[in-house]
Ligand binder design. Structure first.
Ligand code: GLY
Ligand code: MN
Ligand code: MN
Length: 435
């Protein structure tokens, strides 16, 4: 992402904040996995969205209209010895030169400098409740200012939810964001195709996962947007199965929900297919039903339709199909009203996607589903899951879990499927697996 994009975002946010205000946003903490071992570091998406600054232990401060410096970064100091262990740091000079900050201070000076900045402002824009340690520090700074009120110190009078403004901005993807998301989608689609080609009876779920991750890396994507879900047979019926530890067997279907992260943007794709490359009749019947539901849902993604229209279309198609297959019995309207489909399709049809795989942005506005507008990006991912033990179901349907998931962006007159490069029809899948 170009520096100009980050600058544009900061400017837009500061315009909304107005004068006499301050925004404070710490990045994500570094997390310990186990003794001396950290999880791979990933900055907080809100923080990165405004700064492009990748290091931990940093706090962004924006003070619109402040002379000399509106955009201040608190970040780690350069340190020859620490850098020898953990890699280079931008330091204060780098924060200004490489990351465009108007001013930068060592993170260790936060307690001395930030309260002085707070005193000058009436309104604080802050995300409360996400970082309890930082919440505590902020309330300590505010208390200290209050204690000085007898000396004529006024201090802030209002705390405003920064996320409310920021998440509305993040919901609408710019042209450069869409470029990045298209690339994330392209890479994941290629990796899904590799896995489809590599899949053989007797492999292990984690080997299919490794194939996916390897191809993403080969295409230049170092990180995954979330841990891959690779579940064969009954495991495909566990929605967020990430153990990926079993053998994939003949006659099973395997569900693979995986997507890379590219330049801090997520992709999220699910494909489900028979391990042996040929759909059995019951597998094909259920698969084509999920595919029809997905296509009906995608057709509902266009400006003017509301968030729930794709889900309603998927529910309708799936319920009608389940009646036709004899899995549900009764009238369509009644089964939908009584949500009988939920036994087999227990989740919603999608979510916003962006820097976070389950991205930010409100789904309802003033209590009603929000309308689609151009630049919104979402997933469409209906599924059917029939684990062993589902009551009153013929044996042939058991242990089949199917989800089909694509990422789509709302366009002027409909939508564009970002993840279209990976096949999903029965014929295409069988032909890829046969080759
Ligand atoms: N990969 C998680 C989801 O599809 O929402
Ligand atoms: Mn997914
Ligand atoms: Mn998803």
């Amino acid at each position: 992402m170009l520096a100009s994009e980050f600058k544009r975002r900061r400017r837009e946010l500061m315009r909304m904040m107005g004068p006499d205000s301050i925004a404070i946003l710490p990045t994500a903490p570094l997390l310990i996995r186990n003794r001396d071992v950290h999880y791979p570091y990933r900055p907080d998406s809100d923080f990165y969205y405004l700064t492009g600054f990748p290091e931990p232990e940093a706090v962004l401060v924006l003070i619109p209209g402040r002379k000399h410096a509106e955009y201040i970064l608190f970040n780690r100091e350069r340190d020859r010895i620490k850098e020898q262990w953990d890699g280079t740091r931008a330091g204060q000079e780098g924060a200004c030169i490489e990351y465009d900050a108007d001013d930068s201070f060592p993170i260790g000076d936060l307690d001395d400098i930030l309260p002085r900045m707070l005193e000058q402002c009436e309104r604080i824009f802050y995300v409360m409740g996400c970082n309890p340690q930082f919440d505590k520090r902020l309330s300590e700074w505010l208390n200290a200012i209050r204690c000085e009120s007898r000396n004529g110190m006024q201090g802030p009078v209002e705390i405003i939810a920064l996320d409310h403004y920021l998440h509305e901005m993040r919901l609408f993807k710019s042209r450069s964001e869409l470029k990045v998301m298209r690339q994330a989608a392209r890479i994941s689609a290629k990796a899904h195709k590799k896995v489809m080609q590599a899949c053989k009876v007797g492999m292990w779920e984690y080997q299919l996962e490794a194939e996916f991750v390897r191809e993403c890396a080969h295409q230049g994507a170092k990180a995954q947007a979330y841990p891959p879900i690779v579940g064969a047979g009954a495991n495909g019926c566990t929605l967020h199965y990430i153990d990926n530890k079993d053998k994939v067997e003949d006659q099973q279907m395997v569900l693979i929900d995986a997507g890379c992260e590219w330049d801090y943007y997520a992709s999220d794709i699910t494909r489900t297919y028979p391990v042996n490359g040929i759909f059995s009749t019951p597998q094909r019947q259920l698969y084509e039903l999920v595919l029809a539901a997905q296509e009906a849902a995608i057709a509902k993604v266009k400006p003017g339709n509301h968030w729930n229209d794709p889900h309603d279309a998927a529910v309708r198609t799936i319920t009608r199909g389940l009646i036709k297959l004899g899995i549900l019995k009764g009238s369509l309207a009644k089964l939908i009203r009584e949500e009988k489909y939920k036994t087999f399709f227990p989740h919603r049809t999608g979510h916003w996607i962006g820097m976070d795989v389950h991205d930010v942005g409100d789904y309802k506005v003033d209590g009603t589903w929000r309308l689609f507008e151009t630049g919104m990006v979402l997933t469409i991912e209906p599924g059917l899951y029939i684990p062993a033990g589902t009551k009153g179901i013929a044996k042939k349907w058991l242990n089949i879990g199917i989800r089909i998931e694509d990422d789509v962006v709302v366009t002027k007159d409909g939508c564009e499927v970002l993840t279209k490069d990976i096949a999903k029809s029965v014929a295409e899948i069988e032909s890829i697996m046969a080759a």
